[in-house]
Design a protein around this ligand. Structure first.
Ligand SMILES: Cc1cc2nc3c(=O)[nH]c(=O)nc-3n(C[C@H](O)[C@H](O)[C@H](O)COP(=O)(O)OP(=O)(O)OC[C@H]3O[C@@H](n4cnc5c(N)ncnc54)[C@H](O)[C@@H]3O)c2cc1C
Length: 424
């Protein structure tokens, strides 16, 4: 392919939610698509997540006041937000940018851009579902619960002022009639409608089937070791040979950083590990429950519930700490009337790809003519933003690069990526 001919083939590196959604929309555009996955599809930070699809309330982690409110907890290994003590330039760069992003004007602008980006999310999920990738979404909304009425009112005021959503505070007894498995510790709460949850593992498996049926080649157990490009083509070297294509999309979650480094580009990306497990409840939840005081979420999944939480900034990306599961149980147990803790299964850890400003990094790496795109940094919203990211990437690959001028997630935005060589 000459440098200005339309691309015909693309290799997507990474078979997580983002890589698979990119593959879907690229195939829709008629491209010949190969996905290269080092482990198995969904094995990074995607399969065990909480399954929330929340286009109306998606926001960066850097809420104004979070540093002041959470400072003590940063170094407490039992807290929801924990920084594993270590020094690295990457962590320093992340924390610095994170703190700067908590300024109210910066936060509000970023949150508005995320919600803008996510606004077609439900429609695109429905489109994917219509082609056979069953979602089985729970659309009953989220019930946020609190220890005190004052905390519920404060949280609702913040939701209303930043996102415009509407709800009313309800009291403990009414809440327990709605969800009998909640305990008397809960004093108040509110329901946000128009929020969905799905089983992300099931979605990944169904989407993989849809892609394979559409002739997308998904190659598992094959690790990309470097990427390169020239005027004529691009390539990915892997543990199983070299794959050539007109374009490469790096969607390898937090590992995207290592791959982009082989091109001489350093992304602002650190792992923010979260944990989850499934457990049986005598009265399954009707809605998804947000235990806001302890930053834990419980998502109904068929006849059981998935409990997920914690944000652990730890450079050991795959390291599983059983103590984190125990901390989640200790935090959530007082809020549950009955639970069979012996029935715990699927204990899981996943490294969210976190960026200092809480925004994804999506676009070409290097000049407009570059054949390498990146799609990562989805922080806590990779499921919500998966389909809209796939659609944007497919546009960026197939349409003129002028589109990237209006793209707020462009890697070139100051501080998102740092180029240290002239290899591009
Ligand atoms: C506990 C928890 C709860 C969450 N809840 C939600 C939620 O409710 N809603 C929501 O929207 N988001 C949620 N998230 C965030 C969401 O899961 C992530 O944003 C999303 O999974 C990121 O997807 P990804 O495809 O970018 O990365 P990953 O899922 O990490 O995928 C990257 C893939 O690339 C592969 N890979 C890595 N290196 C290479 C290589 N060199 N060659 C080939 N392949 C490679 C990996 O094996 C992996 O499969 C949650 C995350 C956690 C941890």
């Amino acid at each position: 392919m000459s440098s200005d001919a339309a691309p015909e083939s693309v290799v997507v590196v990474g078979g997580g939610l983002i890589g698979l959604c990119c593959a879907y929309f690229l195939r829709q555009q008629g491209l010949d698509v190969t996905v290269v996955e080092s482990n198995s599809v969904g094995s990074g930070s995607s399969r065990g997540n909480a399954g929330e699809i929340i286009p109306e309330i998606a926001a960066p982690l850097s809420t104004p006041g979070i540093v002041r409110d959470s400072l003590k907890s940063f170094l407490d290994p039992n807290s929801a937000l924990f920084v594993q003590p270590h020094f690295s330039f990457e962590l320093f760069r992340y924390l610095r940018r994170f703190v700067l992003s908590t300024r109210p004007t910066v936060f509000e602008k970023s949150a508005a851009q995320l919600r803008d980006f996510a606004q077609d999310s439900f429609d695109l999920f429905k489109q994917i579902e219509s082609e056979g990738s069953g979602l089985n979404a729970n659309t009953e909304g989220f019930l946020f619960v609190f220890d005190t009425a004052a905390a519920a009112e404060k949280s609702l005021r913040m939701q209303t002022s930043t996102t415009g959503v509407e709800a009313e505070v309800i009291t403990g007894n009414r809440i327990r009639r709605m969800e009998p498995n909640l305990s008397a510790k809960i004093a108040a709460g509110y329901v946000l409608k128009n929020q969905w949850t799905i089983d992300p593992g099931r979605f990944i498996d169904e989407l993989t089937k849809t892609l394979r049926a559409a002739s997308v080649s998904i190659i598992e157990s094959t690790r990309a070791t470097s990427i390169g490009m020239n005027d004529q083509s691009a390539w990915v070297r892997t543990t199983d040979g070299t794959f050539d294509a007109d374009n490469i999309v790096v969607a390898a979650g937090v590992w995207s950083r290592d791959l982009c480094r082989t091109l001489g580009v350093d992304l602002d990306l650190v792992p923010g590990k979260g944990y989850s497990f499934n457990v049986d409840l005598p009265h399954p939840f009707v809605r998804t429950i947000q235990f806001a005081d302890v930053h834990v979420v419980a998502t109904p999944m068929g006849d059981n519930v998935r409990i997920a939480g914690t944000m652990e900034l730890d450079r050991r990306r795959e390291h599983f700490s059983p103590g984190r599961i125990r901390s989640i149980i200790a935090a959530v147990d007082p809020y549950l009337a009955e639970v069979d803790w012996q029935s715990i299964r699927n204990e899981w850890v996943g490294p969210r790809p976190m960026t200092g400003d809480g925004m994804p990094i999506i676009g070409r790496i290097g000049p407009d003519t570059s054949r390498v795109m990146v799609a990562t940094g989805h922080n806590m919203h990779g499921l919500t933003l998966g389909p809209v990211t796939g659609r944007l990437v497919a546009h960026l690959v197939t349409e003129s690069s002028a589109l990237s001028d209006a793209n707020p997630f462009d890697p070139a935005i100051n501080g998102r990526s740092k180029r240290w060589s002239h290899r591009l």
